[in-house]
Design a protein around this ligand. Structure first.
Ligand code: PLP
Length: 447
């Protein structure tokens, strides 16, 4: 129900009576903005999807619903809003920019915001010094894959079009990105054999697995362009953690067989795991890195793919066909660059990584009681990521509703209940989130 109007959300199919009555006049403006009859929601079976919560505003770590209720946000809008919502410093930068120049094409033209941001990102990721901007995480991954394949073509090596990727991985929803995500457990199973085939294996989390992977790469090296991994945390695939040694093994493997190593830091970038980037924390420099999500701190869609000089050099040529033929219309959007530069200012001026460390400590202490609960398989924390993995969830929508009833927005998926709050969340708000998880998980099956 829409709590304000008392009307049921309208999510039915084209022939549904609910839709027929929506707005009264077919294609006219719906009388109630909560009418869902013309929208297609993400990751949702539209016939049975639970009514989404109508939001009228956000601020700090709060989501304000249209009926005035406020929820403390445990997700930071898919891990983007690292400084909290509506940070005044970022808002000011974007407002200033919109009067000067909201957007200008990046073909034949450049602007200060983009060049400054490229310079700053390169400085933050030593070894990666060329930045290609795009507009979403999935596209940043497509660009990374395209760079890796063309790197070999430009060097005169044909046939290297495949990637080594990992079980539990998620790299996005576009075709290339889907193909390097986990084919079995992932959400793209339905496409099955229609996707290009890559080598999807277990992460080399021990020496045996590393040796197995080594044999695979040795046997197929002439087909392999690169290895792609989410460093330290596989996010949407289940919030699974691995250690820096795993990344070091991958670096060694890539070096010994001379394939490229891609780190997808779209989730882990900008402080989430406790250091500014997971690669820096692990002390491993990949050949290509993808960034998005917290790049604009939850303000505007934006992404970047960074490459090492050696990768870029393979494109530096008198031969026109050696150019990277990619250029999204909204590439290097000036508003997004303003938000990203302002976000980096905040990381420089405010103690974000110390806040992440404090959040990690609170998550560790606060979620610890879940370890003893009968339906809990694992409790783990890394940086500002707290995960309670359950044996199973029977009714995920009921679980989600129980969190809302406690005044928090937590969105379990698969077998996982997790918290990834804004780094600026107050200790009280964080305690409320943690208490809600402990209470809801502790009473699962009892209400
Ligand atoms: N890569 C990783 C690691 C992600 O977590 C995501 C999104 O969750 C993506 C890529 C895709 O990003 P987007 O949803 O912006 O396309």
């Amino acid at each position: 129900m829409d709590p304000k109007s008392g009307k049921k959300f309208l999510a039915g199919g084209p022939s549904s009576p609910a839709v027929a009555s929506a707005g009264g006049a077919g294609r006219g403006t719906p009388a109630d903005w909560c009418d869902l009859s013309h929208v297609w929601l993400p990751y949702a079976q539209m016939k049975t999807v639970a009514a989404p919560l109508p939001v009228k505003a956000t601020r700090g770590s709060r989501i304000v619903l249209s009926d005035g209720r406020e929820l403390i946000d445990g997700i930071a809008s898919w891990w983007t809003a690292c400084h909290g919502y509506n940070h005044p410093y970022i808002a000011e930068a974007v407002k200033r920019q919109i009067d000067i120049m909201p957007h200008v094409m990046f073909g034949g033209l450049v602007h200060e915001g983009a060049l400054t941001l490229a310079w700053r990102l390169a400085a933050l990721l030593p070894g990666l010094d060329r930045v290609f901007f795009s507009d979403s995480g999935s596209v940043a991954v497509e660009v990374a894959m395209k760079m890796a394949v063309q790197y070999w073509l430009n060097k005169g090596v044909r046939g290297r079009t495949k990637f080594v990727a990992f079980r539990g991985a998620y790299h996005g929803d576009t075709t290339g990105a889907m193909a390097v995500s986990d084919p079995e457990e992932g959400m793209h199973r339905v496409f099955g054999s229609l996707l290009p085939r890559h080598f999807v294996r277990d992460l080399p989390s021990d020496d045996d697995r590393a040796a197995e992977l080594d044999r695979l790469v040795a046997a197929h090296v002439e087909e392999i362009a690169g290895i792609i991994v989410e460093p330290l945390v596989q996010g949407a695939g289940g919030m699974r953690f691995h250690d820096a040694d795993t990344l070091r093994r991958l670096r060694r493997l890539a070096d010994s067989h001379q394939v490229l190593l891609i780190f997808d830091e779209i989730f882990t970038g900008f402080g989430r795991t406790g250091t500014m980037f997971a690669s820096g924390g692990a002390g491993v420099v990949p050949d290509i890195v993808t960034l998005s999500k917290a790049l604009t701190a939850g303000t505007l869609p934006f992404a970047a793919t960074l490459a090492r000089k050696e990768v870029f050099d393979a494109f530096w040529s008198d031969e026109p066909s050696h150019a990277l033929m990619h250029g999204p219309t909204y590439m290097a959007n000036a508003l997004a660059c303003a938000a990203a530069n302002a976000s980096l200012d905040l990381f420089e001026r405010e103690p974000r990584l110390a806040e992440v460390a404090a959040i990690a400590q609170a998550l560790r202490a606060g979620l610890a009681p879940c370890s003893d609960m009968p339906n809990v398989r694992d409790v783990r924390v890394m940086g500002a990521i707290g995960v309670v993995e359950l044996e199973g969830i029977d009714d995920i929508e009921a679980l989600r509703r129980r969190f809302v009833a406690r005044g928090v927005f937590v969105r379990p998926f698969g077998t996982t209940v997790y918290l990834t709050p804004a780094f600026t969340i107050s200790p009280d708000e964080l305690a409320t989130l943690i208490d809600a998880v402990v209470e809801v998980v502790g009473t699962m099956g009892t209400s």
